[in-house]
Design a protein around this ligand. Structure first.
Ligand SMILES: [Zn+2]
Length: 248
């Protein structure tokens, strides 16, 4: 390959990286007719669990077993460091050091992001949006806290986040305002607990799911802004519970 061709190749790659669209479509999966949830398991061998898994998320939370679950200890002291549009969702990266503790195990908050409509359902009910707070333990295992979002009064923390929402896939903005994850949690922290998976490829199982029973409120405008920027729903349909129990 000549030097000039090499240089051109490099330029094309840089342009693709800068546009961001290439990054979002590179992985192949999405929410469209051809690359949507029904096809994820066939797109790549690494995504096979999306098709063959028996403990997949999201689910319709129903038939819960009363287990008197101990309270989750939230230690969300940090703040959002950046907000990213990756073409699949809007994701807020979080400063290190914020944790939850459940059943004696500590998980650190890595990021949170959003889906519309909600991915999990509660007793057959879907919500306009759902936030996922993604945590990892030292051993690498994951715990996701799900928070349903319904339309009511404006959420101030979300307003500060949305001010910096990147409009295009591949864009990332830093924040001037301090946005804390705790301001996106309901006051009542009663929850459902079940074992599940990532709700996006590679649909890895072994994820601990903790879904808050109480939704938080966001305004109609806040919902509409997310829908407008995402352009399409970004929820995976509910998956069969199979042998799993939902505890409450
Ligand atoms: Zn999610």
């Amino acid at each position: 390959m000549s030097h000039s061709r090499l240089a051109l190749g490099g330029l094309a790659l840089l342009a693709a990286l800068a546009s961001g669209q290439a990054i979002a479509s590179e992985s192949g999966w999405g929410y469209g007719e051809k690359n949507g949830p029904a096809h994820w398991g066939d797109l790549k061998p690494e995504y096979a669990t999306c098709k063959t898994g028996r403990n997949q998320s999201p689910v319709n939370l129903d038939g819960e077993i009363e287990a008197e679950l101990p309270a989750i200890t939230f230690r969300y002291d940090g703040k959002v460091t950046a907000i990213i549009n990756n073409g699949h969702t809007i994701k807020a990266e979080y400063a290190p050091g914020s944790t939850i503790e459940t059943n004696g195990k500590v998980f650190e908050l890595k990021q949170f992001h959003f889906h519309f409509p909600s991915e999990n359902n509660i007793h057959g009910k879907s919500f306009p949006m759902e936030a996922h707070f993604v945590h990892a333990a030292k051993d690498g295992s994951l715990a996701v806290v799900g928070v349903m979002m319904e339309v009511g009064k404006e959420n101030t923390a979300l307003a500060n986040l949305w001010k910096k929402m990147p409009m295009k896939a591949g864009e990332k903005n830093s924040l001037e305002m301090t946005v804390k994850a705790a301001d996106l949690l309901p006051e009542n922290r009663d929850y459902y607990r079940f074992n599940g998976s990532l709700t996006t490829p590679p649909c890895t199982e072994g994820v601990l799911w903790l879904v808050m029973k109480t939704p938080i409120k966001i305004s109609e405008d806040q919902l509409k802004m997310f829908q407008k920027v995402m352009k399409h729903p970004n929820n995976r349909p509910v998956q069969p519970l199979n042998a799993r129990a939902v505890l409450k």
